[in-house]
Design a protein around this ligand. Sequence first.
Ligand code: NAD
Ligand code: UPG
Length: 330
Amino acid sequence: MAILVTGGAGYIGSHTALFLREKGEEVIILDNLQKGHAKAVLDATFYKGDLSNESILDEIFTKHTIDSVVHFAANSLVGESVEKPLEYYENNVLGSYTLVKKMVEHGVKKIVFSSTAATYGEPKSIPILEDDPTVPTNPYGETKLAIEKMLKWSDQAYGLKSVCLRYFNAAGADPSGRLGEDHEPETHLIPIVLQVALGKRDSIKIFGDDYPTGDGSCVRDYIHVMDLAEAHYLALKKLETTKESGIYNLGNGKGFSVKEVIEVCRKITKKDIPAVIVPRRPGDPAVLIASSNKAQQQLGWFPRYADLEEIITHAWNWHQTNPNGYSEEK
Ligand SMILES: NC(=O)c1ccc[n+]([C@@H]2O[C@H](COP(=O)([O-])OP(=O)(O)OC[C@H]3O[C@@H](n4cnc5c(N)ncnc54)[C@H](O)[C@@H]3O)[C@@H](O)[C@H]2O)c1
Ligand SMILES: O=c1ccn([C@@H]2O[C@H](COP(=O)(O)OP(=O)(O)O[C@H]3O[C@H](CO)[C@@H](O)[C@H](O)[C@H]3O)[C@@H](O)[C@H]2O)c(=O)[nH]1
């Protein structure tokens, strides 16, 4: 019995695929390498192809005995989604539709889906609970919410069981240094700040210091990528044992402002890291902090690397050892 990991050459997908394999699971990776890296697949079974390609999905579901799918493949940038909403609907909603259609056709009954804090929009209260209103402030969050709903109705109609994991801000790297975060272009806060520390950029731009937060910059809940990886394993186990669908937040329950993150990076890297204030980035909510009590109670999930300094230390180790990321020809 194998697990199909879509987007398994990407940042969170590659860490999760490695985690699953270390737990003894057989993993098949499907990734079009639009953002991912062949080197991040390590020596797992790998299909280079697109989610929307029905024949590659038929081939995978026919050749391998796929028991469940962990679905990461998506476009996932808040700012970009505001500029290119149709690309997000096409890749995320249509891509997931094709995957789910093929799962139903081939009788695959379990999926763990990468959802996001961006499904909530501006939260009504902090910390955010799974039952809180979902009113996304950007197309990216809208597409993820649409997929969650497609999965809910597919459970009712076809018995397809799903766990939707609403991650907050993924950060850090495999503590043993085999994998890390490498996006081109990089848009995420922590890797950009560390690129400034490495001398690859002149400064970090702080997107807005007029938010209703303590220091005026946006507050986020940063969660270690290996803790996310473990949550997928636990979600698969829950689907196996209870056969019940569910939605879970994954975060540490602690918020750090952009300015605070930069300060922690200065402390760890011992570099100055110049910062400049620029206007807000469209689509950004002011504060996103998770309550992960439900995941703790129902999945038995507890973050092992909850300390932001440790998260950033692991990321810094990766960036120092791999200043050019995976250094692949594209
Ligand atoms: N990074 C975060 O903080 C964060 C937070 C919440 C949710 N998520 C979600 O987690 C998932 C993974 O995020 P990530 O940061 O690892 O992103 P990523 O871009 O590093 O990984 C996504 C992978 O999917 C692949 N892919 C994209 N479209 C594809 C397609 N149509 N067919 C095949 N492969 C395709 C890309 O090549 C890439 O390797 C995404 O679904 C994202 O929305 C990420
Ligand atoms: O150069 C930068 C980059 C980011 N930020 C700010 O830093 C915070 C974090 O931004 P970023 O690292 O880009 O992550 P988010 O936009 O919060 O989105 C991430 O986290 C979401 C969950 O909260 C996921 O759904 C997304 O896929 C993932 O990209 C935000 O307030 C940004 O405005 C800056 O000020 N300067």
